[in-house]
Design a protein around this ligand. Structure first.
Ligand code: MG
Ligand code: MG
Length: 255
């Protein structure tokens, strides 16, 4: 079922989104060569706690997962695409890091992700991040009243194809509101003019995940969570929660 949000609900989602944005800024500032992923999770936890927000990630266990998720962020490094568990790994010079974070405030959720490099970046990684950001920007730009979900998907997949990047076929964005994951699914691959019609008050998480090797298949780590590229190439993942409004798309997870 797709829930259309009231303007009041969207204001609360905006506050949850601000908490997510603050957590991501804090994590990015803390990330440096030698810092452990587990420490980045602690940074995000502190921001959520101070804001009185609950983490929708911590303890989350979808059907594919063998165990509840143990952290408030996903930390996916280099060939990890999404759902990386922040562990004792220490960041190295040139790492490409994607951090995904969610927050629930007064019963409403926000969800966003950033990708960045640590130390001296590889030029190819910067290009990958730029393409992923462009895919998100174009996806958001297509999220207007009168369009359909497929228009968002098509905008994202057009950028990925131009950049000669792959995207995991069965992971994408989603409706969001009282729950972090709600209907409708927002595929990253799709055809224009198809799917659920976009209306004022629909809230979506849009999240392109680009894999530099160009393939759409992936593998799952032995931890049952981490998605990795099949060819060892690097991946980037950038996400915003947005609301579709009469006045155009409104990004809820900006600072
Ligand atoms: Mg997310
Ligand atoms: Mg999401």
């Amino acid at each position: 079922m797709v829930e259309i949000k009231t303007d009041t609900a969207l204001e609360t989602m905006r506050e949850a989104g601000r908490v997510v944005a603050r957590a991501l800024v804090a994590v990015r500032e803390a990330a440096a060569v030698g810092v452990r992923l587990r420490e980045l999770d602690e940074v995000a936890r502190l921001v959520l706690t101070k804001a009185g927000a609950r983490s929708p990630f911590l303890g989350y266990q979808p059907s594919f997962a063998p165990a509840p998720f143990p952290a408030v962020i996903c930390a996916s490094v280099n060939d990890a695409v999404v759902h990386g568990i922040p562990d004792n790994y220490r960041l190295r010079d040139g790492d490409l890091v994607s951090i995904d974070c969610g927050a629930e405030l007064d019963g409403w959720a926000g969800d966003a992700a950033i990708s960045f490099t640590v130390g001296t970046p590889r030029p190819a990684d910067l290009e990958l991040i730029t393409a992923t950001q462009q895919a998100l920007d174009d996806g958001i730009a297509a999220a207007t009243v009168g369009h359909r979900i497929g228009d968002i998907s098509h905008a994202i997949s057009t950028v990925a194809r131009t950049a000669e990047c792959g995207m995991p076929a069965d992971f994408g964005g989603h409706g969001i509101g009282r729950q972090m994951h709600e209907d409708p699914h927002v595929p990253n691959h799709g055809r224009p003019g198809r799917g659920f019609p976009l209306r004022h008050g629909l809230a979506l998480a849009i999240e392109p995940m680009l894999m530099a090797g160009g393939r759409n298949d992936y593998r799952t780590d032995s931890d049952g969570w981490t998605l990795r590229t099949i060819d060892g190439s690097r991946a980037a993942h950038i996400e915003h929660t947005i609301a579709i409004t009469q006045d155009g798309p409104r990004v809820l997870t900006l600072p």
